[in-house]
Design a protein around this ligand. Sequence first.
Ligand SMILES: Nc1ncnc2c1ncn2[C@@H]1O[C@H](COP(=O)(O)OP(=O)(O)OP(=O)(O)O)[C@@H](O)[C@H]1O
Length: 256
Amino acid sequence: MTRLELTRVTVELGGAPITAGCDLMVRDGERVGLVGPNGSGKTTLLRTVFRAVDPVGGEVALDGDLVGTLSQRQIARRVALVHQEPVTDFDHTVEDIVALGRAPWQGAFDRTGPAVRAAVTEALTLVGLPGHRERPIGTLSGGEKQRVLVARAIAQESPLLLLDEPTNHLDIHAALDLLELIRALRRTTLCVLHDLNLAASYCDRLYVLDAGRVVATGAPADILTPELVRDVFRVECVRLTHPTTGKLLLAFTASP
Ligand SMILES: Nc1ncnc2c1ncn2[C@@H]1O[C@H](COP(=O)(O)OP(=O)(O)OP(=O)(O)O)[C@@H](O)[C@H]1O
């Protein structure tokens, strides 16, 4: 069982308010999306979960435990992060990166131990990169790098997965592939996504952030109305139904 609960979370950075009184819950097994315009506070909210940012107000709880009472190691056993920056550390091999996922579970970090090697093999096989183990990370494509970060999260065995724009640098095939891979992992996930159609097809529920506040939450088809999209994202759209998946499909036009 895993459960993430943010209650009235308020964050200030550099003396400026970034989020204000945000409530957000991710229940066991759910795939929850966090959407909103650039600068609305999505990444900041995500960062409160692993204490990269401490709120000035409100609470963040993992399975009922306030994250402020947990060590980084305890948090890392419960939460894995797949972030948006491409891996730029050219010197490390794929194996080095994935093995880092085992660090929260080890006494003295030993990335060459047989248990770690087995975990790396299993994770790389799951993400479809079993032959990439010895490759320097800098030689991989953007899609492959993202898969390596997912493999690291798999090796971490944390029940909650946080994803910050995981499809950002990916072409549409790689983006759909990655989301399908994450869906197949069946972890509880909170995922920041910019593409509302990807969010609508991938997520059970969405939270919409605007200027640091949660302005809507619910099933994508219930909340992504033309009015909300206009108010929050400043574009016009019409709602369609995907002919094969039956999912909500938004067709956008720039506002006049
Ligand atoms: N360390 C910091 N000091 C001051 N302001 C910050 C800091 N980090 C972030 N901010 C500001 O907080 C606001 C929210 O940023 P955040 O990255 O959370 O937004 P976001 O919704 O994830 O944006 P994007 O979609 O562009 O990634 C932005 O205005 C940003 O400039």
